[in-house]
Design a protein around this ligand. Structure first.
Ligand code: CMP
Length: 250
């Protein structure tokens, strides 16, 4: 889509200060690999070079260790992140302290955008599941780009619609499926998302213990344990060095 000649708002791009590590300064150099990387993400696929250059100049690289909390539910938020490498878990904590994992996100996915759109506190916690690198964009940069680029607006709407569908599906599953059925369905989704071929099926290469599986399907660790025993007896899964192998094509 041709978008030459747009007037981008005069927002100072953000990069980590070389001196203090926490300050912000202008960055003028945008490299071709940065542009190429942004274009490789489905959310930015249709953007003009000019828009991508603006986004790249207004982003800074961040790195998080496995287990690190990136955003806390309830905190104010002024930036969003695009995942360059690694995976994160979106989760909420109930009144009783029980965690519910809402979604896992990976390379190319965006998170932290909701607080920028509705100006409300963070809707959920975001935790790095493995060592993760992101590009962080300030609200002014993202919103500035959105005002100029219908392609980006459509793309983000598509991503948000997909998340809403997923959440609706999850609510439906909770109401109508047994724990065993919910677990199997979730394992199939994970195998599709983070699976590697095994001799007899698909290995789910995510560091998930039974408690974490339980937070994904809204049940207890004990119920997950029983459901896994049942799925193993039915020949639908097996365990291999701590990984779950799904013994069927997802
Ligand atoms: P924000 O509310 O700013 O911070 C937490 C982030 O978690 C949120 O933005 C979204 O990016 C992400 N998030 C919250 N709920 C969901 C969901 N149902 N599906 C996918 N991502 C979500």
């Amino acid at each position: 889509m041709a978008q030459m000649g747009l007037q981008w708002p005069n927002v100072g791009p953000l990069v980590q200060s070389a001196h203090t590590g926490d300050g912000l300064r202008m960055q003028n150099d945008v490299t071709e690999p940065q542009i190429a990387f942004l274009r490789s993400l489905s959310v930015f696929r249709d953007l003009s070079d000019e828009a991508l250059r603006y986004l790249a100049a207004g982003s800074r690289q961040r790195a998080f260790q496995a287990g690190e909390i990136i955003c806390y539910q309830g905190d104010p938020g002024s930036t969003c992140h695009i995942i360059v490498q690694g995976r994160v878990r979106i989760f909420v904590v109930g009144e009783d302290g029980q965690e519910l994992s809402v979604r896992f996100l990976g390379r190319g996915d965006i998170f932290g955008e909701m607080a920028l759109f509705d100006d409300l506190p963070r809707s959920a916690n975001v935790q790095a599941l493995e060592n993760t690198r992101t590009l962080e964009l300030h609200r002014d940069v993202l919103l500035g780009c959105l005002r100029q680029s219908p392609a980006l607006a459509l793309s983000l709407l598509r991503a948000l619609s997909e998340r809403l569908r997923h959440a609706t599906e999850g609510a439906g599953d909770l109401a109508s499926l047994t724990v065993v059925e919910r677990l199997l369905r979730r394992l199939r989704q994970l195998a599709e998302w983070a699976g590697t071929p095994a001799t007899d099926g698909v290995r789910i290469t995510l560091p998930l213990n039974q408690q974490e599986l339980a937070t994904l399907i809204g049940t207890s660790r004990e119920s997950v344990n029983r459901a896994l025993v049942q799925l193993r007896r039915q020949g639908k899964v097996r365990l291999e060095n701590g990984w779950i192998v799904l013994l069927e094509t997802p």
